[in-house]
Design a protein around this ligand. Structure first.
Ligand SMILES: C[S@@+](CC[C@H](N)C(=O)[O-])C[C@H]1O[C@@H](n2cnc3c(N)ncnc32)[C@H](O)[C@@H]1O
Length: 264
């Protein structure tokens, strides 16, 4: 079982914003609102290129971003450097592992936007992460994070092993055209994770073509499993949603979004 790929493959940080900016503001507004309400500093775990972190700072909130990948953090630093100084000074970036970090500070809010928690495959990693967060939160501090609502057919149906288009091809500002597909390369029902491949077909303006593969294991979770994990690590679930519009969790919800409070 390898890491999430972000720390080894530079091309992901290069293509990430172009691909995922289309997700904004679906989840960004949701996380920014919690930071604004927190009444103190936020730490974002797995902050990546700053897709959520930078709008959080622009909303006037102090935020520390922690990420394992030097490539993703480099992008985030480049973007932060272009901000007005009074915004840039609200941002603190740290390279580190969310299962074992110590920033020496306490926060009113911890967030893990866009599923980095699913990169933690074992229960030991998940508990280590939650225990680290607990130690970094002020009394009654909050933890807000989303994971995929597990789609049962995707766990067993061999058709998901075929490459499928994720979104229409997109043209980047430098003229490259990127088409992305995804497939499940292997199921691991015994350890509750899938091996996923995100495949990027890049056509350069000079005609050069590339096929770039981001292979990563993705843990999948069930609702009560996450509640139990949180309870085991000193958190109580205060809010639970099925999407970023705060709709109630239902059988067909795309997300599982937990808002937990530090109890111990
Ligand atoms: C899907 S991206 C999410 C980035 C950002 N939160 C967003 O919403 O765009 C996942 C990020 O988690 C980071 N990551 C994966 N495992 C990690 C770990 N153990 N500790 C810290 N960051 C990790 C990756 O480097 C990557 O930047």
């Amino acid at each position: 079982m390898s890491g999430s790929g972000y720390e080894d493959l530079e091309f992901i940080s290069d293509l990430y914003d172009a691909i995922y900016d289309s997700r904004t503001p679906r989840d960004v507004r949701f996380f920014v609102d919690y930071a604004k309400q927190a009444g103190g500093k936020t730490i974002e775990l797995g902050c990546g290129t700053g897709r959520v972190l930078i709008p959080t700072a622009l909303a006037g909130c102090e935020i520390t971003g922690l990420d394992l990948s030097a490539y993703m953090l480099k992008k985030c630093r480049e973007k932060s450097a272009k901000l007005p100084p009074e915004i840039a000074e609200k941002i603190n970036l740290v390279q580190g592992d969310m299962t074992n970090f110590n920033t020496g500070e306490k926060y009113a809010l911890a967030t893990i936007p866009f599923r980095p928690f699913q990169h933690l495959i074992t229960v030991e990693q998940q508990k280590a992460c939650l225990n680290c967060i607990h130690a970094h939160l002020l009394a009654k501090g909050k933890l807000v994070f989303d994971v995929h609502h597990t789609n049962l057919p995707r766990l067993i149906d061999p058709q998901f092993m075929m490459e499928m288009d994720v979104e229409p091809p997109m043209t980047l500002p430098d003229g490259r055209v990127v088409k992305r597909t995804s497939r499940t390369a292997a199921f691991h029902h015994d350890e509750q994770y899938n091996e996923i491949e995100l495949i990027y077909y890049v056509q350069h303006p000079d005609g050069k073509k590339e096929r770039l593969v981001h292979a990563l294991p993705m843990r999948y979770f069930y609702r009560y499993e996450v509640e139990h994990l949180l309870s085991l690590c000193g958190f109580k679930v205060m809010e639970f949603y099925g999407d970023f519009d705060k709709s109630a969790f239902r059988e067909d919800s795309p997300e599982m979004i937990f808002v937990a409070e530090k109890t111990g």
